[in-house]
Design a protein around this ligand. Structure first.
Ligand code: FE2
Ligand code: FE2
Length: 290
């Protein structure tokens, strides 16, 4: 087997935290500080998670054969984390539906994208997963590094997003390392070309689909037309400007020698664990999906 030097920290531990959110308390419809556009973008994102993260798991596991033992262990922990994320976002989405949102259009769009990707060879699904996991990790970094993003949100729901962000950072190298393992016999140039092409493709779809999804949810709150567009674009690109702020980290993906752990942002995980109210529960009985 050709071995690959992996920059994933040797002492990284991927710890599934089997948490449940929002089961006891009601989630207000406009849970994000009463803001139609903030609620819409997070709800649109959440709509993608239950099936999207199941797709990530399936895509990574298709290439676990022959993986070095450390990576094989990380794939198991990644699988467990994503399975629990799917469960919690499914529960969250049901609460959004119970508060009156119709998510069916958004869900249909996600299914359509996934069906398109699944119709291609499995390595394309892995590449898409690897690209989207980078995307998720840089969004997660932003979310934890800049408290402003969730400052106005209802606490329990903000906790759900922070918990998810922590685990996305923790397992951010898994799909990438699996990709390096799966393509270990490819020439570097080919690997870069496929990875860059797939990143551009998934980014375009991500931005277009989440924007359309958010506008649809805003429409359901009675905000339409130019007003909806300007409020949403302002929120995403100006203030707090999540999409603008992840631009630099997104670009790094295209650099030669890129690896998600070139940026070791575990200080954000330590800060999360040290923060009041977010004390991690001991990793007690965690369902192993692997
Ligand atoms: Fe996740
Ligand atoms: Fe993930």
């Amino acid at each position: 087997m050709t071995s690959i030097a992996l920059p994933t920290p040797a002492d990284l531990s991927i710890t599934p935290r089997d948490r449940r959110f929002g089961r006891e308390t009601a989630t207000p419809r406009l849970w994000h500080g009463g803001s139609v556009e903030a609620t819409a973008i997070y709800n649109a994102l959440s709509t993608t998670f239950p099936v999207g993260e199941a797709f990530f798991v399936e895509s990574v596991r298709a290439f676990r054969e022959g993986a070095p033992p450390k990576l094989a262990e990380e794939i198991k922990a990644f699988t467990t984390q994503e399975a629990i994320h799917s469960r919690e976002h499914d529960a969250f989405n049901k609460r959004a539906a119970a508060s009156g949102y119709d998510l069916s259009k958004l869900e249909a769009q996600v299914e359509k994208r996934l069906a398109m990707t699944r119709s291609k060879p499995p390595i394309v699904s892995l590449a898409a997963t690897m690209a989207l996991e980078h995307f998720t990790a840089i969004l997660a970094h932003q979310l934890l590094a800049v408290p402003q993003h969730l400052a106005a949100a209802e606490k329990e729901t903000a906790d759900l997003w922070r918990w998810h962000a922590v685990e996305e950072i923790e397992h951010k190298g898994v799909a990438y390392d699996t990709w390096l393992h799966a393509t270990r016999h490819w020439p570097r140039g080919k690997r870069w070309k496929v990875k860059a092409k797939v990143m551009l493709y998934v980014t375009r779809n991500f931005v277009v689909d989440r924007t359309a999804g958010s506008l649809e949810l805003m429409r359901q709150d009675g905000v339409t037309g130019l007003k909806a567009w300007s409020r949403l674009l302002w929120y995403l690109w100006i203030r707090p400007g999540m999409f603008r702020k992840i631009g630099g980290a997104w670009l790094k993906f295209f650099l030669p020698g890129f690896h998600p752990w070139n940026e070791d942002d575990r200080h954000l995980l330590r800060a999360y664990e040290a923060s009041a109210g977010d004390t991690p529960e001991p990793a007690r009985k965690v369902r192993r999906a692997a």
